[in-house]
Design a protein. Structure first.
Length: 223
C-alpha cells in the first residue's frame, strides 16, 4: 500500500467487572491495537502495532473512601514509580510535579500510565507512534489530565512470555547499548511533547491542562 493512501485506525479495548466495586475498578487497563487497511472489520486489516496503558481514577477512589496507597500498590510497576510523583500522606501529587503543573492540585482526578508503545518495522519512520499518542490524548484527555511513561527501550524489558511480540518488532536489531538506547528514546518522546520534570528522573510527563506547542505540532495527516 502506498504511503499516500495509508489508512490507519486504533481499536481500544478494556474490561470492566460487573459486581461490588473495589480498588481494582478504579484502574482501567487498556490495550489499543493499531491497524492498517480499508476494512471496517479489523480482522481483515494488517497489524501495525499496539499501546498498553492504564488509567487510574484517583478522584473516584477518593470519593469511594478507598485507600490510594492500595490503588497504586495494585501493580509493582505502577507503585514503584508512584513513590516518586505522588505524596500518599497528602493524597496529592509530589511537589516537583505540582511546581511544573500547578493546576494538577485541583484537576488531577485521572492519570494515564503508558506502559508500551510499539510499531512493527514496516511502519516505522512515518511518525505513527506520535499520532497514536495524540489520538490517545484526544480520546481520553478531557477527563485525564496527566500522561506519563518511562523511556526504557523494549529490547531490554520484554518478558519471555511475549516472545512472539518481540519477534514481530524485530528488537534483535535495535541498539544493544542500554544507555545510548534510553537517551535516543527519551529524545524521541520529547518530540511528542513529553517533558522531563526536575526531581523526577525516571519518567516523562505530558499534562493536557497546559498548552504544549510540540504536541500540537504533531500532524495527523502527514506520513
Amino acid at each position: 500500500m502506498e504511503d499516500d493512501f495509508l489508512s490507519l485506525n486504533l481499536e481500544y479495548k478494556f474490561s470492566s467487572f460487573l459486581g461490588s466495586r473495589g480498588v481494582d475498578d478504579c484502574i482501567k487497563e487498556f490495550k489499543a491495537v493499531l491497524y492498517s487497511g480499508p476494512f471496517a472489520e479489523n480482522s481483515e486489516n494488517e497489524y501495525v502495532g499496539e499501546m498498553i496503558f492504564k488509567i487510574l481514577c484517583l478522584d473516584q477512589a477518593k470519593d469511594e473512601g478507598m485507600d490510594l496507597y492500595e490503588l497504586f500498590d495494585n501493580d509493582e510497576y505502577t507503585f514503584r514509580h508512584a513513590q516518586s510523583y505522588y505524596n500518599f500522606s497528602k493524597r496529592n501529587f509530589a511537589t516537583p510535579l505540582l511546581k511544573a503543573y500547578p493546576e494538577l492540585e485541583w484537576d488531577g482526578g485521572k492519570i494515564c500510565i503508558i506502559e508500551t508503545i510499539a510499531i512493527i518495522p514496516k511502519y516505522r519512520g512515518k511518525g505513527i507512534g506520535s499520532k497514536a499518542f495524540k489520538d490517545l490524548v484526544w480520546n481520553f484527555g478531557d477527563n485525564c489530565s496527566l500522561f506519563m511513561l518511562q523511556p526504557y527501550p523494549l529490547q531490554f524489558e520484554l518478558e519471555e512470555n511475549r516472545r512472539e511480540f518481540k519477534q514481530k518488532l524485530d528488537l534483535e536489531n535495535f541498539e544493544k547499548n542500554e544507555k545510548k538506547a534510553t537517551a535516543s528514546l527519551t529524545k524521541y518522546y520529547h518530540s511528542w511533547g513529553f517533558e522531563k520534570i526536575k526531581g523526577l528522573s525516571d519518567l516523562l510527563f505530558y499534562c493536557s491542562l497546559y498548552k504544549n506547542d510540540t504536541f500540537d505540532s504533531i500532524d495527523m495527516d502527514d506520513y
